[in-house]
Design a protein around this ligand. Structure first.
Ligand code: MG
Length: 365
C-alpha cells in the first residue's frame, strides 16, 4: 500500500457560540474554527484522512506541512506506520519537537491509521485493542464568554442539552463563580485557564477557587512547559491539575510526571504525535497512576480518532467537545453529541470520511 499522493486541505467553518468571538490566537477574533485535513492516497485505491491542529486560516502552517512533511511521505508504504513516523520525526527534528511540524506528523499518523483500518476492514478502536465502550460521555467545553450572565446562560443551556460535565475557559473569579452557581447540583465543573498566570498568581487563584469544588484545574501556569511551577500548584493539594495539550511527545509527559506536575494528562492527537504517540502516552499514564483524558478541540479526523482512542482505553475517558454549533459538520450528525453522549464509529479505519460537499464549500486553501 504505497502512498502515491499526499495533500492538505484547509477548511474553515463558521459557528455560533453566543457572546463575542472567543479566541483570536493572535489574529482578528472570528467565530470560525479551522480543520487542516491531511489526505493520503495509495496505489491500492484507499484514501486515508488525518488532521493537523490549526486555527485562524493558517496558510503558513499548511505551506510548512505541504513543503516539509508531505514530500517525505509520498512513495512510502502506508502500513509501516512506526518506521514512517520515526523517519519524519528524525529528519525534521531541527524544525521543532512541539508545534507546526509535529502537527503535520500527527495528521499523517492519523491518516496512516485510517488507511490501516480500511486495508484490514477493522475500525481503529479494534486495531487499538478495544472497544471498552460503544459510546462516550461528552463534556461540554465552553468557549470564553468573560461575562457572568452570559456564562451562566450558556451553562444552563448546556445542562438542558444533556451535559453533566462542563468545562469553563474563564479566568475572572466572578465569571467562574457565576457558572458554578448556574451548574448547581446538575453538572460538575472543570476550569481551564490556558496558562495565564505566574506561579504566585496561580497559587493565589488556586486558593480562592478552592471552595467552588472544581473537578480539575487546567493549565493555570505560564508558560505551559513550566512543569516545576505547575508542580508547586499541585503540591498545595487544593485541585487536581490537568495539562498536556501543548506537549509535543511522550517525553514531555515523562517530564511532567518526573516533576509531579499533573494528575490528568491531556495529549491532543492532532498536536502530540497522532494515534501512535497517544497510545504510548496512555500506557505511561496507566503505569504512573495518572488519569488519561485526551484533549480534543478538533472537528475533523482528529476528533474521530479521539473517539476511537478514548473507547480503546480501559478508563474510557470523558470526550471533550467545544461547545459551539457549526454552520455545517464535516460528518453530518455522526459526531454530534445527543444528551451528552456520542457514538464511536464502527466502520473501517476512522469509520467516517469528511463530506466532500462540506469540504468544497468551506475550503479556504
Ligand atoms: Mg485546555
Amino acid at each position: 500500500m504505497i502512498i502515491t499522493r499526499a495533500e492538505t486541505i484547509l477548511v474553515s467553518i463558521p459557528f455560533k457560540a453566543g457572546g463575542i468571538p472567543p479566541w483570536s490566537f493572535g489574529g482578528d477574533p472570528k467565530c470560525n474554527f479551522d480543520t487542516l485535513l491531511i489526505r493520503l492516497e495509495t496505489d491500492s485505491g484507499l484514501v486515508g484522512w488525518g488532521e493537523a491542529f490549526s486555527r485562524n486560516e493558517d496558510h503558513a502552517l499548511k505551506t510548512m506541512i505541504d513543503t516539509r512533511v508531505l514530500p517525505l511521505v509520498v512513495g512510502r508504504d502506508a502500513a509501516s506506520i512506526a518506521s514512517l513516523k520515526f523517519d519524519l520525526e528524525f529528519q525534521l527534528h531541527n524544525f521543532g519537537r512541539i508545534g507546526p511540524i509535529m502537527y503535520g506528523i500527527s495528521g499523517v499518523d492519523i491518516a496512516l491509521w485510517d488507511l490501516l483500518g480500511k486495508a484490514t476492514d477493522r475500525p481503529l478502536v479494534e486495531l487499538l485493542g478495544g472497544p471498552f465502550a460503544e459510546e462516550l460521555t461528552v463534556y461540554a467545553s465552553l468557549l470564553r464568554y468573560g461575562e457572568p450572565n452570559e456564562v451562566a446562560r450558556i451553562t444552563r443551556e448546556a445542562i438542558e442539552r444533556g451535559y453533566r460535565q462542563i468545562k469553563l475557559h474563564e479566568v475572572s473569579l466572578p465569571v467562574i463563580e457565576a457558572a458554578v452557581a448556574a451548574a448547581g447540583q446538575d453538572a460538575s465543573v472543570m476550569l481551564d485557564t490556558n496558562c495565564p498566570w505566574s506561579v504566585e498568581q496561580a497559587l493565589y487563584h488556586d486558593r480562592v477557587l478552592e471552595p467552588l469544588g472544581l473537578t480539575w484545574l487546567e493549565e493555570p501556569v505560564w508558560p505551559p512547559e513550566n512543569y516545576k511551577g505547575l508542580a508547586e500548584v499541585r503540591a498545595a493539594g487544593r485541585h487536581r491539575i490537568a495539562a498536556g495539550e501543548n506537549a509535543g511527545s511522550l517525553y514531555d509527559f515523562v517530564a511532567m510526571m518526573d516533576a509531579k506536575a499533573i494528575d490528568i494528562a491531556q495529549p491532543d492527537v492532532a498536536k502530540t504525535g497522532g494515534v501512535s504517540e497517544l497510545v504510548k502516552i496512555a500506557a505511561l499514564c496507566d503505569a504512573m497512576g495518572v488519569e488519561y483524558v485526551p484533549h480534543c478541540a478538533l472537528f475533523g479526523p482528529g476528533q474521530v480518532a479521539t473517539l476511537h482512542l478514548n473507547a480503546a482505553h480501559r478508563g474510557v475517558p470523558l470526550f471533550e467537545r467545544l461547545y459551539c454549533d457549526f454552520e455545517a459538520e464535516l460528518y453530518g450528525n455522526a459526531t454530534l453529541p445527543i444528551a451528552g453522549k456520542v457514538k464511536v464509529p464502527r466502520g473501517a479505519g476512522l469509520g467516517l470520511d469528511p463530506d466532500p460537499d462540506v469540504v468544497e464549500r468551506y475550503r479556504v486553501l
